[in-house]
Ligand binder design. Structure first.
Ligand code: GAL
Length: 429
């Protein structure tokens, strides 16, 4: 080989290494390589609303049973949820029989799921929806049903055979952080080996945090989304504590999110009992800013038109699902106000102003336009639309101007900012 071709080869090898190093740092390139969850997953999950109700004798309409999921599947299609993007109908804990079958496979409780999961999956698929299921990396699920420890391959195969499309994998009853990490990794690889496309929803960092700082680069390589913080409850205090956790840890968690892998702040509880209308607006707006998977946990048979309108709000869902796939963050906190922002595709930004004061009436907050979007969102000007609580076109704002908002106690004003230069270049086409 002559010197020139050696030099060329060396140059190519170096260029390849540099490219690999650059790609290494870009979220999206190191995500779980299953091609799923390129935008945050949307669907319905039974846990917060229906918990572990197995008493079908006394409460036939709200126990964890085939009937509940068949009804939700029908409604997801007939009431516009599927069209709005909510595609995954997900079973949480308490679906299983207390014992595995003679071949070591998990089986559904035969009284509550008389036709088995395969039948339910077929029905769900016939509606154009996808089915999610739940299992646990440890010796038992959190509610005490059979755990997957020692059965990762069998369970992955069983789920694939049934036609399951998503697995929520919990982390109860793991006896060490190593067991936890190994369990999450092994199940990820086992799901991959089935050859079926199965979204993998983890709780790995939540269980790891008390012992070690989770390695988000690694978690992202195995999971499509991961829970970081405590279970959501149907209360404002719970929603607030999840927001506080996320903003306090944003330097660790925000860079980890991107197409294929997302931080999961837990279910949307909109449509239940614990949040006022303003607080429901806050949850919807901030889950959009956080690029959160949107799993509603509510009763689609009984839901107010306000809650439905909010959950199906196209403009807010478009922010959540923005293809740039960058998670937003808290920009500022002062005087019981918080400003959050999220970069969007086409140089647009989403901005949420939250009034955390839960005494008194609406308060006004003035934002200097130049402080938004790292100084770039409105340079030299932008078009601002308020999306929540009510859609209102606010018009063009120059970089030097300020925007005054009025926000109800515990409510949020959600804004979308479109770059004026982008609008000008679009209209000149
Ligand atoms: C918890 C999990 C909840 C729910 C519950 C079921 O650990 O965080 O979301 O799945 O277990 O028992």
């Amino acid at each position: 080989m002559n010197l020139m071709s050696r030099v060329t080869r060396l140059g190519c090898a170096l260029a390849f290494c540099c490219l690999a190093l650059v790609l290494w740092g870009v979220p999206g390139t190191r995500a779980l390589n299953n091609g799923l969850a390129m935008t945050p997953t949307m669907g319905w999950l039974h846990w917060e609303r229906f918990m572990c109700n197995v008493n079908c004798q006394e409460e036939p309409d709200s126990c964890i049973s085939e009937k509940l999921f068949l009804q939700m599947a029908e409604l997801m299609v007939s009431d516009g949820w599927k069209d709005a993007g909510y595609q995954y109908l997900c079973i949480d804990d308490c679906w299983m029989a207390p014992q595995r079958d003679s071949k070591g496979r998990l089986q559904a409780d035969s009284n509550r799921f008389p036709n088995g999961i395969r039948h339910l999956a077929d029905f769900v698929h016939s509606k154009g929806l996808k089915l999610g299921i739940y299992a646990d990396a440890g010796n038992k699920t959190c509610a005490g049903y059979p755990g997957s420890y020692g059965y990762y391959d069998i369970d992955a195969k069983t789920f694939a055979d049934w036609g399951v499309d998503l697995l929520k994998f919990d982390g109860c009853y793991c006896d060490s952080v190593k067991h936890l990490a190994d369990g999450y990794k092994q199940m990820s690889l086992a799901l991959n080996r089935t050859g079926r496309s199965i979204v993998y929803s983890c709780e790995w960092p939540l269980y790891a945090w008390p012992f070690v700082k989770p390695n988000y680069t690694e978690i992202r390589q195995y999971c499509n989304h991961w829970r970081n913080s405590a279970d959501i409850y149907d209360s404002w205090q719970s929603v607030r504590s999840i927001l506080d956790w996320t903003s306090s840890n944003q330097e660790s968690v925000v860079p980890a999110a991107g197409p294929g892998g997302w931080n999961d702040p837990d279910m949307l509880v909109i449509g239940n009992f614990g949040l006022s209308q303003d607080q429901q607006v806050t949850q919807m707006a901030l889950w959009a800013i956080m690029a959160a998977p949107l799993f509603m946990s509510n009763d689609l048979r009984h839901i107010s038109p306000e809650a439905k309108g909010l959950l199906q709000n196209k403009d807010v869902i478009a922010i959540n699902q923005d293809p740039l796939g960058k998670q937003g963050y808290r920009l500022r906190k002062s005087d019981n106000f918080e400003v959050w922002e999220r970069p969007l595709s086409n140089l647009a930004w989403a901005v949420a102003v939250v009034n955390l004061q839960d005494i008194g009436g609406p308060r006004s907050y003035t934002i200097p336009i130049a402080s938004l979007g790292k100084g770039l969102a409105c340079n030299p000007a932008c078009l601002i639309t308020q999306l929540l609580p009510v859609k209102t076109k606010l018009g063009f704002y120059e970089w030097t101007k300020s925007l005054k908002t009025q926000i109800n106690p515990t409510g949020t004003v959600l804004l979308r900012l479109e770059s004026a230069s982008k609008i000008a270049s679009k209209s000149s086409l």
